[in-house]
Write a new protein. Structure first.
Length: 126
């Protein structure tokens, strides 16, 4: 599982301390599923109750799961904790998580392309 270190701009304030070191990891299928479930809300519609998912809230729940640590604080962090981030740092973490996801997807698709057209011994099927 890929991880990257991120240096926050304004830092996470914990008492008198300001923590700037964050480690984030790539997402798992479990992260996606759990984030979407947590973002579901039952709303009343004209046709009766309906379960809807907030994409924004699902994204926040996914990001908080991707945080391995903020300084000595071990992740995943809670929704309350992620809400305490400075908006600049929150946006930075979102951007870095997106970059990490893109890099992991690119690597996975490249590895899959290499395997296409190969038999079990790694030789071309041609």
């Amino acid at each position: 599982m890929a991880e990257i270190n991120v240096l926050l701009i304004n830092g996470y304030k914990l008492g008198d301390a300001v923590i700037k070191d964050v480690v984030i990891r790539d997402i798992t299928a479990g992260d996606i599923i759990e984030s979407q479930i947590e973002a579901e809300r039952l709303v009343q519609t004209e046709d009766g109750p309906e379960l809807v998912t907030s994409p924004t809230l699902a994204g926040v729940h996914m990001l908080r799961r991707q945080i391995v640590s903020i300084g000595d604080i071990q992740g995943p962090i809670s929704l309350h904790e992620i809400k305490r981030l400075d908006p600049v740092d929150f946006n930075l973490l979102q951007a870095k998580a997106s970059e990490l996801e893109s890099a992991c997807m690119k690597k996975a698709s490249g590895e899959a392309a290499v395997q296409r057209g190969r038999d079990h011994q790694g030789e071309s099927i041609d």
